[in-house]
Design a protein around this ligand. Structure first.
Ligand SMILES: [Zn+2]
Length: 503
């Protein structure tokens, strides 16, 4: 493994012999509301820079914010899905700091009076359940976006100049903060990843955000500290910012555990700081020393009324919650008669929804799983895409399984049909017709191929006739080869037997 950083790292397994990790996650979810948090500006991703702004989100003097009800509702739904208590009274607060991408000089957030409090999320890793306690879910606004131009890395170092796009400033952002999670031991990186995965799925199910990590609508800060094994006092934590993929969450935890162990082994002290994660090397580097809450001089936002959702509305929202991912998985597991491990594979492969839709389109659960987790997973892997990114629909996969089940094609031909569908040649039945991929019946062509195989191998025929019936396999193989796999092996075998053994 090449390392471009100067950090000394302890072997991962060795870390666990001396230290126990404590992880914590702060996840930001950009809500998919049509307008911003405190003004009516649109929120379309990828719009021309600075075309979705107004005096409120640009922080002009005298402009007044009004809270977006849809964003409050979405935040309550997230809180309810995580088993939080919804505060009957909560307030926005000003978090004061200067940053070029924050036009007001403060971010409107929530401080000591968040909207949702004390929930939990259970995640499963290798058959073990870990409970992640949620400390709070609060509502705030996103910042603008800096664009550093002219440097090689897109970071500010080495850039000629920087541009700011305020389209994102003021988009509603929900922050979900866990309590510290001890006790995951060697599984800490996987638990962190499983938590973000499950949280993403919940938010997606609620339909309140598109949770695209690559577009930044779900961003994750990963806190990690180590304490000497058996020591009850937790160590100093670092906060790795804006980790932008599920895999990176896992890598960031792993790297920080190894790095911090080396610091502690050398008798050093882990600094409380933010760190950057580097996708290319999987390493982290020092950011800025971490502010304390007091540095921000939080105070209640004087321009906004408190949020006081009434109990009846909260109960209505609770009643409207859709079936959540964990409940759905356990229902499907029962319906399909599969094990918990198989269900985990399906979910991890991102195949759950696809298999469900394929079953709904008429395939058996076993067939649907076989194709999505087998050939299609392999092709997605080769193409470097996700299953859902393949150019084939669940309805087409269901049709493919039907063609195999009714004997029109066999598995081998089905793979060729898949190629055709993925290449854009149409539905499976169209590909079968266009490329002549159907299994051959007892056609003249097949009879000719069988006769040719017999005529071409008199020695094999003699062997079979002398009692070595297994030798027939060579003739079957020859016929399958001439017909390029289109014949049905059982039919070929029967035809050969009729001709060789009865003569
Ligand atoms: Zn605006």
């Amino acid at each position: 493994m090449t390392m471009t950083t100067g950090d000394r790292l302890v072997d991962y397994d060795e870390v666990l012999t001396r230290y126990e990790p404590v992880i914590g996650l702060e996840t930001h979810v950009e809500l998919g509301t049509a307008s911003k948090m405190f003004c009516g500006c649109a929120t379309t991703f990828g719009a021309e820079p600075n075309t979705q702004t107004c005096p409120v989100c640009l922080g002009m003097p005298g402009s007044l914010p009004v809270a977006n009800a849809a964003a409050v509702e979405a935040t309550i739904k997230i809180g309810l899905a995580l088993g939080c208590r919804i505060a009957g009274w909560s307030r926005f607060a000003r978090k004061n700091y200067f940053y070029p991408d924050i036009p007001k000089g403060f971010q409107t957030s929530q401080y000591d009076e968040p909207l949702c409090i004390a929930g939990h999320l259970d995640v499963e890793v290798d058959g073990e359940t870990y409970r992640v306690e949620i400390e709070r879910v609060h509502l705030e606004e996103d910042t603008g976006k800096n664009l550093h131009v002219g440097g090689a890395t897109g970071r500010i170092h080495g850039a000629d100049h920087s541009l700011i796009d305020f389209n994102r400033a003021g988009i509603p952002l929900v922050e979900i903060v866990t309590r510290p999670v001890p006790g995951a031991g060697a599984k800490a990186p996987e638990v962190a990843r499983a938590y973000v995965t499950e949280l993403r799925e919940i938010v997606q199910t609620l339909g309140v955000s598109d949770v695209r990590m690559e577009q930044g609508s779900l961003r994750c800060d990963v806190n990690i500290s180590l304490n000497p094994a058996g020591d009850l006092e937790w160590g100093t934590r670092t906060e790795t910012k804006n980790v932008n993929s599920l895999r990176s969450v896992e890598r960031a935890v792993r790297y920080e555990m190894r790095r911090q162990a080396a610091v502690l082994d050398d008798g050093g002290r882990v600094l409380q700081e933010t760190r950057h994660f580097h996708e290319d090397t999987g390493s982290t580097s020092s950011g800025r020393s971490k502010e304390e809450a007091t540095d921000y001089r939080y105070f209640p936002e004087p321009d906004l009324v408190p949020l006081a959702p009434d109990a009846e509305w909260i109960e209505e929202l609770r009643a409207e919650l859709p079936e959540l991912p964990a409940a759905r998985r356990s229902r499907l597991q029962q319906e399909w008669g599969i094990s918990a491990t198989e269900m985990t594979w399906l979910a991890n492969a991102g195949a759950l929804g696809l298999v469900e839709q394929t079953v709904a389109a008429g395939a058996t659960p076993a067939d649907a799983r076989k194709w999505w987790l087998g050939d299609l997973a392999r092709r997605a892997n080769e193409a470097g895409t996700e299953l859902a990114g393949l150019a084939i629909t669940p309805v087409q996969v269901a049709e493919l399984t039907r063609l195999v089940a009714d004997g029109t094609i066999n598995d081998k031909l089905a793979r060729q049909v898949l190629d055709g569908v993925l290449a854009g040649d149409g539905d499976p039945a169209q590909v079968v017709a266009a490329q002549g991929l159907a299994v051959m019946g007892e056609s003249d062509e097949l009879v000719a191929a069988v006769d040719a195989a017999i005529a071409g191998a008199p020695d094999v025929v003699a062997k079979v006739q002398s009692g070595k019936v297994q030798a027939l396999g060579a003739l079957v193989g020859a016929v399958m080869k001439t017909t390029r796999g289109k014949a049905d092996a059982a039919t070929v075998k029967r035809m050969l037997e009729e001709r060789v053994l009865s003569s």
